[in-house]
Design a protein around this ligand. Structure first.
Ligand SMILES: NC(=O)C1=CN([C@@H]2O[C@H](COP(=O)(O)OP(=O)(O)OC[C@H]3O[C@@H](n4cnc5c(N)ncnc54)[C@H](OP(=O)(O)O)[C@@H]3O)[C@@H](O)[C@H]2O)C=CC1
Ligand SMILES: O=C([O-])CC(=O)C(=O)O
Length: 437
């Protein structure tokens, strides 16, 4: 049967048996080599072809569970020819990067950075495994189409699925971005519960199928407590491998200090964000440096530091939403790139970066068993150590205690999701995400 004939007969079969929610039976057809697959989540038919051979597999039963499906996507289903393989002999072994919320705004920036090589390097081929939902599946197809059309040499595989067990299979990096946004009038406790359920399920899936040393960066808010829930549900993965993203806060803080001091932002170093990615976070101007000097020696206006600077950083996301109408997406994607690069490249001598990490025996006296943003250094091996040489004063201690109390309260609020008993939700005030005002 000619390829064109086969294509049209399959379209008929698929239209007939398709799920009404996903009726776009578009096809990617590669007539030259080997692959021919529907762009469809509930795949009901499959064809493989080569120049000399066309073979149709039987149509699957209609009752097949769509949640158990994943696909290599379009052009990424091709088996590459020998010439292409020869050109890539100097490349490293392919790594699997899983991304949730892959049809969302942050991912729309991040995925193209990952695929371009700017994150893991020009000799690091990657597979992108993208997690969506019933709600977002068509959008996810659109994302995959744009990835195809970008012709990234390093992007060797793309999988789209709504099943975390498929998307996290053998993941070496899991970037967990998808989360329900807090709607008008929704209590923080409700948000913690709804998103906590997502992160409990994803923790279980990571535990079951990811690479045992997978590095997990949790972006979806409230990211610290989501990270705690996720790691508690993934006991096989070292707790140290989980990070809540506070790098955007660090970048925002550096920018504000640079602006006030009248220097370019690369002159600002040693910037710690302590605590929660919320409006209680503490941007630490006591230990930060400008041109290698303590900030307080360069910026003499200490009232500005304590009052305006701190609040500016805490609420930067909300001000941006007022202007832009949506939350930071491009700068968040950049900060995820920064966070990954900080773990895979050695930290410059004397400097550090901030990340929300699991507290267990830290040198700062912060309560154990929460995810708290602290200063870290890395040898570039994907791991990190906490920094010892930081100083504290009363102002800093008091602020840290407040964000710590908030995280401890959030933890009690999700006890049902961390396997620690009955939740008691008594949050101190109703604190805000940085994007809320
Ligand atoms: N830590 C940080 O520094 C920052 C964190 N964030 C957080 O990152 C997350 C993603 O932001 P962004 O990409 O801009 O958001 P979008 O709204 O563009 O995308 C969010 C994605 O989350 C998924 N999602 C999961 N569960 C639900 C649900 N119950 N209802 C609705 N959507 C859901 C959706 O994908 P699907 O349907 O496929 O599941 C959606 O595509 C948010 O939680 C945001 O607060 C944002 C900025 C900074
Ligand atoms: O609050 C939000 O959703 C956005 C956010 O985290 C930020 O801008 O830092």
């Amino acid at each position: 049967m000619a390829v064109a004939e086969l294509s049209s007969s399959l379209k008929t079969e698929l239209n007939f048996s398709s799920n009404s929610l996903f009726h776009s039976n578009r096809f990617f057809a590669d007539h030259r080599r080997c692959s021919f697959r529907p762009f469809h989540r509930s795949r009901t038919s499959r064809v493989t072809c080569s120049i000399n051979q066309v073979e149709a597999a039987p149509v699957a039963a209609k009752t097949e569970d769509p949640k158990s499906k994943s696909e290599c996507y379009g052009v990424f289903c091709l088996t590459y020819d020998l010439k292409a393989e020869e050109e890539t002999t100097s490349w490293k072994k392919l790594i699997n990067i899983s991304v949730s919320g892959a049809a969302g705004m942050i991912s729309n920036h991040l995925l193209f950075k990952l695929a371009s090589g700017e994150v893991f390097g020009p000799d690091q081929p990657i597979a992108l495994k993208l997690l969506g939902s019933e709600r977002s599946f068509q959008a996810l197809e659109g994302v995959a189409m744009e990835l195809e059309d970008s012709l990234f040499p390093l992007l060797r595989e793309v999988v789209i699925s709504i099943d975390p067990y498929e998307v996290f299979q053998d993941a070496e990096w899991a970037l967990l971005i998808g989360a329900k946004p807090r709607g008008p009038g929704m209590e923080r406790a409700a948000l913690l519960d709804i998103n906590g359920q997502i992160f409990a399920e994803q923790g279980k899936a990571l535990n079951a199928v990811a690479s045992p040393n997978v590095k997990v960066i949790i972006v979806g808010n409230p990211c610290n407590t989501n990270a705690l829930i996720c790691l508690k549900n993934a006991p096989k993965i070292p707790a140290k491998n989980f990070h809540a993203l506070t790098r955007l806060d660090e970048n925002r803080a550096k920018c504000q200090l640079a602006l006030k001091a009248g220097v370019f932002y690369d002159q600002v170093s040693n910037m710690t964000i302590w605590g929660n990615h919320s409006t209680t976070q503490v941007p630490d101007f006591l230990n930060a440096k400008i041109n290698g000097l303590p900030v307080k020696e360069v910026i003499k206006d200490h009232r500005w530091l304590e009052e305006e600077f701190t609040e500016k950083v805490q609420k930067r996301g909300g001000v941006l939403i007022e202007k832009w109408g949506r939350s930071s997406a491009a700068s968040t994607a950049v900060s995820i790139v920064d966070a990954i690069r900080s773990l895979i490249t050695p930290t410059p001598e004397g400097d550090w970066f901030s990340s929300g990490v699991y507290t267990t025996g830290n040198p700062y006296g912060i309560a154990n068993d929460i995810v708290f943003s602290m200063p870290c250094r890395s040898k570039g091996d994907g791991d990190y150590e906490l920094v010892n040489d930081v100083i504290f004063d009363d102002y800093l201690r008091k602020r840290i205690a407040k964000t710590e109390a908030e995280l401890l309260a959030e933890k009690r609020c999700v006890a049902h999701l961390t396997g620690e008993g009955i939740a008691v939700c008594d949050l101190p005030g109703d604190t805000m995400l940085p994007g809320e005002m």
